[in-house]
Design a protein around this ligand. Structure first.
Ligand SMILES: [Zn+2]
Length: 597
């Protein structure tokens, strides 16, 4: 029972007991004095509900005092003159310094013969001695990595290379609370809250086997008002702030990670993750797939799992059907059979009540949302839809095919849509465009800087019929075969497409710098006002962000392949028995209408 809460979490000894309690008590009305209370029950499988912490992981709260924390943060000099001796680097999402030895992210290892000019700062010594005295480690570390993350930034999944460091890894969290996610190779995930000034001790399984998946951002409140200490001479005064208060920048987390360089090969009990025992070096993040099995794995982890986790929040942000998709649906004859392959929360399934519609999606959670709305939907992979060949008058595939990670799989997805069509039937395909600026117009995605960073385009502007026609639509000559059409690879202009390259994490609301990337999704517990109404002014938007007090916001990465101009047409041209009827750019998406011959 939770005191002063309107809920409790009773545990039943057996599943049968839980089922009986549910059957007998759900909806039961209680009379409490004047008021009547209704009980609502639901039960969960305990195995799914709680994940124990990784073995070997220990968290020591209040390990350093606020004074020590301030002292440690002061020691770190981020000025460029100090850059060389500490191998300072500004990475994409953080800045990092090394003491003792440099950890090289390009080789995922340390150069043990090249100690850095800067040893561990003296201020660390008493803290490390305390670690030894309290039994957290047997040996004094000789390597320190200092990472500083702004709020909202994370780290790619990784296990510290076994051959580089000894067993125990000590990590101090300073400046801000954060959440670390640990992922076991078998799929188990455990989240650990790291309060400021806490020490995280990773040994054994937690050090050797579990990946630290991402760091989670703190409430997007950037500053706190705190009582000022003695005024600093020459410090700039903040307008509107009383003299005894000051603003403290928040949300910057600095971690001090202490390790001991390993000089002998690792002989841990986890050979599958051990580079000393023949396993490949741990990768700093996912790469473009090099074989079909890799592609399926990448999509499983970076598309399907993410959607199943964010389904409810995702659905809450997807109310408004895109006008030109609606236009396509409205143009279909009454009684047409429509399949929406990758239907999400079903927002297109009810647009035209004169159609016979069925949706499918890879996410069970999203299909359940469709079902709750009264739509026909089923769980299916877009590469193998369990519908008869030539059974549909029309198909739509809206924001789906960009989640396939190889050209072969994207082609297979188009072929599967075409298979479903009757002769003469039409398919509408939308994919996210590499070109977010088209005809000198920035897409809504680039413009919506105040909207929360969902990393997705939601075109809600109602284009008039006339402006739709003029916004870049190309009605292609039906006799023209597409063999001669623009091949995207001719014109890559600095776009990285190196196979085996690690996928970069996209910065939301900015232009794309590569075609294959990971797009962050910041999960909210509940829907915020900005998502309800993207047109809120910036002041209202920041006010609603402030309402999310003391919450942490997990960040999930979704894989995308964003299409260059001409690429979608080129892809469709490889499918026989179908013609591109028209193609256009719509608010940051490339779109085609296909017709089966
Ligand atoms: Zn090992």
């Amino acid at each position: 029972r939770q005191p002063h809460k309107s809920y409790s979490h009773p545990v039943s000894r057996s599943e049968d007991g839980a089922r009986k309690a549910h059957a007998n008590l759900n909806g039961w009305k209680l009379q409490c004095g004047e008021s009547s209370i209704t009980l609502y029950l639901s039960y969960v499988d305990s195995e799914a509900a709680s994940v124990p912490l990784p073995e070997g992981l220990a968290l020591v709260e209040h390990f350093v005092s606020p004074e020590e924390e301030a002292q440690l943060l002061n020691v770190i000099d981020w000025s460029p003159t100090q850059g060389d001796v500490t191998a300072q680097k500004s990475l994409k999402h953080r800045r990092v310094k090394h003491y003792g030895f440099e950890f090289r992210y390009d080789i995922n290892n340390v150069d043990k013969d090249k100690p850095l000019a800067a040893g561990l700062p003296d201020e660390c010594v008493p803290i490390l001695q305390r670690c030894v005295e309290q039994g957290h480690t047997n040996v004094l570390p000789d390597q320190l990595t200092v990472n500083q993350y702004e709020s909202g930034q994370g780290i790619p999944p990784h296990v510290d290379t076994h051959s580089a460091f000894e067993d125990t890894i000590l990590s101090l969290s300073l400046g801000a609370k954060t959440v670390m996610e640990f992922r076991h190779p078998d799929g188990r995930v455990a989240a650990v809250v790291l309060p400021e000034r806490s020490l995280l001790v990773m040994k054994g399984e937690s050090r050797y086997l579990w990946s630290v998946v991402f760091c989670v951002r703190i409430t997007p409140r950037k500053v706190d008002m705190v009582p000022a200490e003695a005024p600093r001479a020459g410090a700039p005064t903040e307008p509107g702030i009383q003299s005894n208060l000051t603003l403290s920048r928040r949300g910057t987390r600095t971690s001090f990670t202490f390790r001991k360089i390993r000089h002998e090969p690792c002989r841990c009990a986890f050979p599958s993750a051990c580079d000393s025992q023949g396993a490949p070096s741990p990768s700093p993040g996912p790469s473009l797939p090099s074989c079909p099995a890799d592609a399926a794995r990448l999509e499983e982890e970076y598309v399907h799992r993410v959607y199943s986790t964010i389904a409810s929040h995702f659905s809450d942000t997807r109310h408004t059907p895109w006008p030109r998709v609606c236009h396509f649906l409205s143009s279909l004859p009454s009684g047409s059979v429509l399949a929406d392959v990758g239907c999400g929360n079903g927002k297109y399934l009810g647009v035209n009540a004169d159609l016979v519609t069925v949706g499918c999606d890879r996410s069970t959670a999203l299909v359940q949302i469709c079902a709750a709305r009264g739509y026909h939907a089923f769980v299916s992979d877009a590469l193998s839809v369990p519908l008869r060949t030539a059974s549909c008058d029309a198909c739509i595939s809206i924001a789906v095919i960009h989640h396939f990670s190889t050209a072969e799989r994207r082609l297979a997805a188009v072929k599967e849509l075409v298979r479903l069509l009757k002769p003469g039937g039409q398919a509408l395909i939308y994919v996210w465009a590499f070109e977010q600026e088209y005809n000198k117009q920035k897409s809504k995605y680039l413009k919506q800087i105040f909207k929360e960073d969902h990393g997705e385009f939601s075109s809600t502007n109602l284009l008039s019929e006339k402006s739709q026609k003029s916004s870049g639509e190309q009605i292609s000559d039906p006799s023209c075969h597409l063999e001669n059409s623009h091949k995207p690879s001719d014109n890559m202009q600095g776009v990285s497409r190196v196979p085996d390259a690690h996928l970069s994490v996209h910065t939301n609301r900015t232009a794309f710098i590569s075609q294959d990337l990971l797009v962050p999704w910041h999960l909210k517990g509940g829907k915020s006002q900005q998502e309800e109404n993207p047109d809120l002014s910036s002041s209202q938007a920041s006010a609603s962000a402030l309402k999310l007090e003391s919450g942490t916001v997990p960040v999930f990465h979704r894989y995308y392949h964003v299409f260059q101009q001409g690429e979608l047409e080129h892809l469709c041209a490889q499918v026989s028995g179908v013609k591109v009827k028209s193609s256009y750019h719509d608010q940051g998406n490339w779109c085609v209408v296909l017709q089966k011959e």
